[in-house]
Design a protein around this ligand. Structure first.
Ligand code: GAR
Length: 213
């Protein structure tokens, strides 16, 4: 069975959705947090998944931390590395090492609102739609090839919290889907664009998910 390693920094609700969706289709080999107090570690351990904290504050540089992290990940030899609310900038070497086999979820319709505070910025911008994006990780922040997006309407009464909650619900739907596609060998990247294959061999058009609340 194909396996994944999930990196988190906190709550871990996307990690939970991914663990719950595994259903014998893939194995979560390990969950690693860069913060020892990440709530998600508790959930993973309760599910019998090996869960470790690697505290970035104990390392002298970003590079040395990322090297230790990569060593831990590679001991599991996963097919895919999944960033699920992992809130650290990655060193170039780390990104290169996992090129084409590392996904991230970002709470906006990229390329709009990369970086932080996406929900607040979406509301302030007057955008009428917002959402979430799963993408391959490349050295440029939040800029890798897009695998799947989910769209939500920005409602007139939305505040940051209400909009974030609706987006998060969609994140929990699209991330497991992207992981299944990847592990089934159905994703091909060409010229920074992702094609979804009907099977591991036959190309087909990527289906854009319907607008949902
Ligand atoms: C999620 O909304 C995720 O999209 C976001 O952090 C949250 C983590 O929640 N990630 C980023 O902003 C990455 N740039 P979770 O820990 O409950 O999954």
């Amino acid at each position: 069975m194909k396996s994944i390693v999930i990196l988190i920094s906190g709550r871990g609700s996307n990690m939970e959705a991914i663990i719950n969706a595994a259903q014998g289709e893939y194995r979560v080999a390990m969950v690693i947090s860069n913060r020892p107090d990440a709530a998600g570690l508790v959930f993973a351990r309760e599910r019998g998944i090996s869960a470790a904290a690697l505290d970035h504050k104990l390392y002298p540089s970003r590079e040395s931390f990322d090297q230790a992290l990569a060593a831990e990940i590679d001991r599991c030899a996963p097919d895919l590395v999944v960033l699920a609310g992992y809130m650290r900038i990655l060193s170039d070497d780390f990104v290169r090492h996992y090129a084409g086999r590392m996904l991230n979820i970002h709470p906006s319709l990229l390329p709009a609102f990369s970086g932080l505070h996406t929900h607040r910025r979406a509301i302030e911008s007057g955008a009428q739609v917002h959402g979430a994006t799963v993408h391959f990780v490349t050295p440029e922040l939040d800029a890798g090839p897009i695998v799947i997006q989910a769209v939500v309407t920005v409602l007139p009464d939305d505040d940051e919290a209400s909009l974030a909650a609706r987006v998060l619900k969609q994140e929990h739907r699209i991330y497991p889907q992207a992981i299944r596609w990847f592990l089934a060998g159905r994703l091909r990247v060409c010229d920074n664009r992702v094609r979804l294959l009907a099977s591991a061999l036959v190309p087909q058009t990527l289906t854009v998910p319907a607008l949902e609340q």
